[in-house]
Design a protein around this ligand. Structure first.
Ligand code: PLP
Ligand code: ZN
Length: 420
């Protein structure tokens, strides 16, 4: 196991405390590829109640960095439902849609899958403090895993730009919070300097061990489908760590012999935070960071750290990148919510993107599609209230306002016959 550069031949020790190559580009964890991978072993581990087998991350450990059991910090995470979503499939215009709900992780987002691996690596290297910059979910996950590991954590958040639930969760788990006057990208730059200068272990997805854990979204999804590959995997893109992780996971599964074909990947951005989409449209000839603005705060990122790796993932999977408006995101979210599944706004970009890609003919009605819902409905109650009760809600087709009545059966009867 070692760290290799994505763009030059330099290599580093697996425990070198660095997140970039000397050339400035990103690092990958290169695994020892001698492990044999066997689906029956994965099946057998499903019967265990104890970690690491019970973790939806460490169950797939032949495809992950190898750590001593004593360093592993696991809650356990993963084991998220894969929902068959026929109503949303019908609305989007495909025959088969599964939604993998990563909001069902211990702290309510897929970040926990990356965090168990990166926090374990932090323990292995003897870290005494961990840190991240975050739009909210990373900080909640960092705070929780640091608490489990017994190390102090510091999180840098953009002042006033994260949801109350996520900030509250982070405070509650005991992290020190530093509110940075500026956006996520400013907080991200500062935390990288802090980790280099002050030796604090960095838990953002620039840390390649985070991406190793996040590969397991895909492993578990395919396991749930009995390793029958869907035609598409769709997910939202912000900092692009997840897109990168899924690309790497697919490449490794293919070379392990577990898959003979791989799905195409579709990365969906919010139109107000879409530098990756713009780069894709120029056939990756150029990349311009932008000032990001969207209701989907988890993907409100204008200068995605993992750009190079995500680009590689799109090229590997013959993937596509699409952008959707905030309105499309919120309507798609209301739709997911009303099936009883529910998700936070950024996650609904997946569903809005699917709808758009079917309309534009990129995804065919007969394609089997797996969409990833990245975060839990309760991560962002403000956006729910705003959609259903806020200004303009009476014009939104899916908005549901409470009805106020006098406390009589008569009034109730009238409401039930006229309004439902
Ligand atoms: C972090 C996050 C994203 C974006 O993932 P990236 O890896 O940054 O692209 C999307 N949705 C939710 C809910 C998230 O927490
Ligand atoms: Zn390099």
């Amino acid at each position: 196991m070692k760290l290799t550069c994505v763009s030059c031949p330099l290599e580093y020790d697996a425990d070198a405390n660095r997140t970039r190559c000397d050339c400035g580009d990103l690092l990958d964890v290169a695994l020892n590829s001698t492990n044999s991978v066997n689906s029956e072993v994965f099946d057998r581990r499903m019967n265990s109640w104890s970690t690491p087998d019970s973790s939806g991350v460490w169950r797939y450990r032949e495809l992950l960095p190898e750590f001593d059991q004593q360093h592993i910090v696991s809650k356990p995470e993963g084991n998220t439902n894969l929902y068959d979503a026929p109503q949303i499939a019908a609305w989007a215009g495909v025959d088969q849609l599964w939604l993998k709900h990563e909001g069902e992780n211990p702290t309510g987002s897929f970040k926990d899958r990356g965090m168990t691996v990166a926090t374990s690596h932090a323990m292995r290297t003897g870290a005494t403090m961990v840190a991240c910059a975050s739009t909210g979910n990373t900080s909640a996950s960092v705070a929780s895993y640091a608490a489990a590991a017994g190390v102090p954590s510091v999180v840098f958040v953009p002042d006033g730009k994260i949801s109350a639930a996520k900030l509250g969760q982070t405070v509650a788990y005991g992290a020190r919070i530093i509110q940075v006057r500026g956006d996520f990208d400013a907080a991200m730059t500062l935390v990288q300097q802090a980790s280099q200068e002050l030796g604090i272990y960095l838990l953002n997805s620039i840390n390649p061990y985070r991406l190793e854990g996040q590969k397991t979204i895909l492993f578990e999804l395919l396991h749930q489908l009995q390793w029958r590959c869907p035609d598409w995997v769709i997910l939202p893109g912000g900092n692009l760590g997840n897109s990168s992780a899924i690309g790497k996971g697919l490449a490794e599964l293919k070379s392990s012999g577990m898959l003979t074909k791989i799905p195409r990947m579709a990365v969906i951005q919010a139109a107000g935070a879409s530098p990756f989409y713009e780069a894709y449209r120029s056939s990756f000839r150029g990349f311009e960071p932008m000032e990001a603005r969207t209701v989907a705060t988890a993907i409100q990122i204008g200068n995605p750290v993992s750009y190079t790796k995500a680009r590689r993932a799109i090229e590997l999977t013959d993937g596509v990148v699409e952008a959707v408006s905030d309105e499309e995101i919120l309507d798609a979210k209301a739709r997911v919510d009303q099936t009883g599944i529910g998700c936070e706004p950024a996650s609904a970009a997946t569903v809005a993107g699917l709808h758009k890609l079917v309309r534009t003919g990129v995804i065919s009605p007969g394609d089997r599609v797996a969409g990833i819902l990245t975060g839990h409905l309760m991560k962002d109650a403000e956006s729910v209230m705003e959609y259903h009760l806020g200004t303009g809600s009476e014009r939104r087709p899916l908005a549901k306002q409470p009805v106020v009545i006098d406390p009589t059966l008569e009034a109730l009867r009238s409401v039930l016959t006229h309004e439902f």
